[in-house]
Each structure stands twice: as C-alpha cells, then as structure tokens.
Design a protein around this ligand. Structure first.
Ligand SMILES: C[S@@+](CC[C@H](N)C(=O)[O-])C[C@H]1O[C@@H](n2cnc3c(N)ncnc32)[C@H](O)[C@@H]1O
Length: 473
C-alpha cells in the first residue's frame, strides 16, 4: 500500500475532489438560468462554482448573494482571498460549519454542489441526525448511505418553490442498495429533472476513480413531466444541446429497486430476459468523416472529367436520403452511377498523373488545411474502414433505417456501420432480420436520444446497447 501524505489523507477524509471547470460552468448555467437572487453552495471547497457564478454575472447587472459552507477552515480562508470575488463584486458568505447539522431557516432559489464522497463508516452522525433524514424520506434510510446521499436530501429540502439544484456525484447511488431509498424518495418528490451520466471510461475527476453523474433537480415540476436521461462519453460533450439529446422517460416507469445504470447502457433483461445487448456480438462504428465531402466524394461525370481511375474510388453512401431500400445491392449501386449520383469516395491507391492533378486542385481549394484533413497523417487519405455488413441511420423521425449492405459500399456519417464479429452471411442475415422486426425496432427505439423538433438520434454506443434475444448470441 502506498503511504498517503497528511494533506492527501485529509482531502480523502473530507471528500475533497475538485469539479472540473467546464462541468462547473455547465451546471451553473442550468441552475442559474432564472438569474436567482439567493444561491447556496453547501460544500464550497476552493469555490469553482462561485467562480462560475461570478463569470456568468460579469458584465451584467445580476448580482446574486451566495451563501456557502465548508468544514475545512483552510479552504474558506483561501477562498475569501480569491481574486474573482473582488473583480466581480460577488457577495459570498462562508460558514465554517457542517452543512448537514447547521441550523438554516432560509430557502434558496438555486443550489449547486459537488457533495463530499465519504463512506458511512467514516461518518460520525448521531442517531438523531439519521432519524431526521428517515423522517424526511418517510422510511428508514440505509445507514450505508454515503455522505453525498445525505447532502442530496438536505439540498432538496432547502430548495425554494421553482428552485433548481445541480449536483455532481459519483454514479454509485444509481445501482447501490443504499440508493434505493434515495431514488424512491426523489421519485416520489418528483424532484429529478435530468441525470447526465458520464461513460465509466471517462475520468471526469482527475484525482478520483469514480464514474460521475450530474443530477438536476427542480421544484414545481408538473406531475407528468418526464425525467431526462443522457449519457455522454466525457465532459467535453457537455453543451447547450445536452439536455435536448437525452432520452425522456416517465417518472412512473422508473423503478427505484432496479439498477439505473442500465437505463443509460443497455438493460439487465433483454426482450426474452437474456440480458444481452448487441455489443455482445457486434461493434458499431461511426461512418467516415471526410472533412470536405464536396472534394472527397464524386459523381461518375466528375470522375471521368478528371480521368480518375476506378481503383482510386470506393463506392460510398454519401447522404442519408440516398438509401431508399432495405437492401443495398450491386444493381442499386449501378443505378446510382447511371444517374450520376455522388457515390464515389476518393481514396487514392497510386499517385498517378490524374490523381496528382486532383490533389493539386484540392490544395488550391485549401482542403488540405481544413480541420480533419490537416489532422490526418496524409491529408487526402480518409479513414480506412471496411464496408459494414449492416448499416443503420443516425437520425430519424420515425423508425431508424436498417440496411443490409450486400453491395459492400462504404458509408459516410449519415449511417453507422454494424460489424458482427461472426460475419458469415447467415449470422448477418439473422441480425438484420431481428433489427427490422417489430421487437428489434422497439429495442432500438429504447436507446434513441431525443433532439429538438421531434428528431431522434443514435450514437454508436446506443446501437451497441440495443437488446437482442439469446438466439442471436
Ligand atoms: C467534493 S469537494 C467539492 C469542492 C468544490 N465545491 C468543487 O466542486 O470543486 C467537497 C467539499 O465539501 C467539504 N465538506 C466535507 N464534509 C462537509 C460537510 N459535512 N459540510 C460542509 N462541507 C463539507 C470538503 O471540505 C470539500 O471542500
């Protein structure tokens, strides 16, 4: 075991893990959307959220009053000297007290927090404190509940009517036994507006190995308001569209006794209870991003005009509307070529004179300095990708289009490619038939994300999370 320095041990005891600034900004902008007058930061640390609030207020007439807590006097002392407080004229009142036991009479329009992660055996709250939380929840709370769970409960109790709270916590409570009572209570209270789940692979907190979630809570939600569930690869994907791209689920469809992580990444029970997802038998990959489709994709007439050899071209689906059938055959490709559709991907195999002339043309157009081409080892070589046996559209307003790629065409980003690990014709056909069946379409629709204007989207990992019957495994 590696010995810890005193400061590292203290940080661990107090559950001190810093929120990355980009996440703090995103949470702050949601929680402060109504420009609240009174804000609470119950475990302020070095004040990353206070700084985000100050930034949001900078250059405006909005000057909220912020009340905060921390048990660590050193953090509070350091924060009181922070430059941004003076610069932006922010009024911050820090109390060096335990947030869970401090006496509080006020309610807040906005609460933002990264509550401390401290396990139950390291906490020393009296029975009376625990019983207060039992009373709030209307049932006995597990004594294994982590400190951040207790923070969630107190935070909810301090929200003013129509108030908003944005919290970042470990994802553990979604699946842990101690989380059941917490989830039940928050569902009963109709507290949860959205949960944003970061992929377990992503290291949101640079100094901790936990998977993170952001939970957004709002007072005054209507009874029928759904809960928004969004999964992100990592924090860099957080933006103004994050809450439009998730999946909406009715509050009554959420069972607090089940593991909620499965709501983001597949399910424990497949259509036949098999618990299998497509990831068990296939990979799904995005289509090829050229970075300049007008240059890298050509029509037959353009190919002939430039004298480009066929060997330097690959047949490729270049736009969503190109596919109108469920089977892409060589005959369909022939028709596209005859109709002079844009169906060739420029993928030079040899630097012949015509290829060189076409590359010079690209250079004149500045294609080589565009973002994607300039970041490739060779600017004019798009990603190497084998043709996918099955394709699935990325966007849809109804059912997603699933296509059997008999012609072995490549695909740009309007489609994702599904690559069964056993790519024998029989296996591919079975998977294709399932994905087009009623059950398969339902399973796909459970994974889709909702965009504005009734548009649905699938990411490759959503496709991999589609449930499949055991017969396919
Ligand atoms: C996870 S850190 C978050 C710090 C900062 N807000 C951020 O987001 O980067 C949690 C903070 O809570 C403080 N803390 C721990 N137990 C507390 C308690 N019972 N009441 C108030 N603050 C507490 C710790 O000292 C630490 O600064």
């Amino acid at each position: 075991m590696i010995a810890q320095t005193p400061s590292a041990r203290r940080r661990q005891e107090l559950g001190q893990v810093r929120t990355p600034q980009s996440i703090a900004k995103w949470m702050t902008s949601w929680a402060c959307a109504g420009r609240p007058n009174r804000i609470l930061e119950p475990c302020v640390g070095d004040g990353v959220f206070v700084e985000s609030i100050a930034e949001l207020a900078g250059g405006t007439f909005w000057r909220p009053g912020i009340e905060s807590f921390d048990v660590d006097a050193l953090q509070i002392a350091a924060l009181s000297r922070a430059e941004f407080l003076r610069r932006d004229g922010i009024s911050l009142n820090c109390r060096n007290e335990d947030f869970l036991t401090a006496s509080m009479n006020d309610r807040y329009e906005c609460i933002i927090a990264n509550p401390p992660y401290v396990r139950h055996h390291a906490m020393q709250y009296s029975d009376e404190v625990w019983r207060r939380f039992d009373q709030q929840c209307g049932g006995r709370l597990s004594r294994m509940t982590n400190l951040y769970g207790l923070f969630m409960l107190r935070i909810w109790s301090l929200l003013a009517p129509r108030g908003r709270a944005a919290l970042i916590t470990p994802a553990e409570w979604l699946n842990a036994d101690f989380g059941k009572q917490l989830k039940r209570y928050l569902l009963n209270e109709n507290a949860i507006e959205a949960i944003v789940h970061f992929h377990p692979r992503s290291r949101v907190f640079s100094d901790a190995l936990t998977t993170a979630v952001i939970i957004l809570m709002r007072q005054g939600r209507a009874a029928g308001d759904p809960v928004q569930l969004t999964s992100l690869e990592d924090a860099s994907e957080l933006d103004v569209n994050t809450l439009k791209s998730g999946r909406l689920i009715s509050r009554t469809a959420l069972d607090p006794t089940l593991k909620w992580t499965n709501l983001f990444y597949g399910s424990t029970s497949g259509p036949d209870g098999s618990g299998r997802t497509l990831a068990a038998i296939a990979d799904c990959r995005r289509g090829i991003a050229t970075g300049a489709n007008q240059f890298f994709t050509l029509r037959e007439s353009e190919r002939l005009k430039w004298g480009l050899p066929e060997q330097d071209m690959a047949v490729c689906i270049t736009k969503a509307g190109q596919l109108t059938t469920d089977k892409l055959t060589a005959g369909v490709v022939r028709e596209w070529i005859d109709q002079d559709e844009r169906v060739f991907l420029f993928r030079p195999r040899e630097l012949s004179d015509p290829v060189q002339r076409y590359l010079d043309h690209g250079h004149e157009l500045g294609i080589d300095s565009r973002y994607l081409p300039s970041h490739r080892p060779v600017w004019y070589m798009p990603e190497e990708r084998p043709p996918a046996p099955i394709l699935i559209s990325v966007f849809s307003r109804t059912d997603f289009r699933v296509v059997l790629n008999e012609a072995r065409a490549l695909n740009l980003t309007a489609y994702h490619g599904i690559y069964p690990r056993d790519n024998s014709a029989a296996t591919v056909q079975l998977l294709f038939d399932y994905l087009r069946s009623f059950r398969g379409r339902m399973a796909i629709s459970h994974q889709r994300r909702i965009y504005g204007g009734g548009l649905f989207k699938l990411e490759p990992r959503d496709v991999e999370a589609v449930e499949i019957p055991e017969t396919l495994v």
